[in-house]
Design a protein around this ligand. Structure first.
Ligand code: ZN
Length: 220
């Protein structure tokens, strides 16, 4: 006997305990008046996350708001979902666009949503995964270096031991905190030409080896 049959046989009074999708039972009763209206029970948080994982960052379309760490929380509420975001920095002009994109993406699935902004803890480039940094680099943006200050100290006191094949020059390599490797050719011979690039969270650099200008996503 399925949960639906059991529920029917018992007048819907016994709790549903097995794994037959209880969301279906809820939708059948709750949304009977409007078959297009969806309720939190119709979607699981993971499904909402999957939808939002397709929402690109407005300024760097090759990475999603989830990959950048802007998407902080997905909370099921009585009336839909609350989506919590933390902008890359306060005053980020892309925030309104991100909120609109989230609403649009979920509206396509008839999911009711409110978007709230959480400013503390402040967004940090450390929330970016290595895979996301790789995507930035492939897009031509030098990714923020992991914990630049700590890294510089580690390098300063590290024993002089060469382990060339194992070193990832980008993530934890021998470059100091001031050195930003070129995303095009990998040269460390680069210079900052403007502390503010195409957006305030990026600096403009130029590679002195291949002469290509590039954005550097500043760590903070
Ligand atoms: Zn270069």
């Amino acid at each position: 006997m399925t949960s639906g049959e059991r529920q029917q046989a018992n007048g819907g009074q016994i709790p549903i305990q097995d794994t037959v999708n209880p969301a279906c039972d809820q939708s059948n009763t709750k949304s009977g008046s409007d078959p297009h209206l969806r309720f939190p029970g119709d979607y699981k948080t993971d499904e909402v996350r999957k939808i939002l994982s397709q929402v690109p960052d407005p300024e760097i379309p090759v990475v999603s708001i989830e990959e950048l760490g802007i998407l902080r929380d997905i909370i099921a509420t009585q009336t839909g979902f609350e989506i919590v975001i933390t902008p890359t920095y306060s005053g980020c002009p892309a925030v309104d666009q991100i909120q609109d994109d989230i609403r649009t993406a979920l509206a396509a699935h008839q999911i009711q949503v409110t978007v709230t902004t959480r400013l503390a803890p402040a967004w940090t480039t450390d929330w970016m995964s290595d895979a996301t940094r790789d995507k930035l680099r492939a897009y031509g943006i030098a990714p923020p270096q992991h914990g630049a200050e700590t890294q510089a100290k580690v390098i300063q006191f590290a024993p002089k031991r060469v382990a060339a094949p194992a070193i990832n020059l980008w993530a934890d390599g021998p470059f100091g905190s001031k050195t930003v490797p070129c995303p095009q050719c990998g040269s460390a011979d680069t210079t900052e030409t403007s502390h503010f690039g195409s957006t305030a969270c990026k600096a403009l650099y130029k590679c002195l080896a291949c002469l290509e200008p590039f954005d550097y996503f500043k760590p903070y």
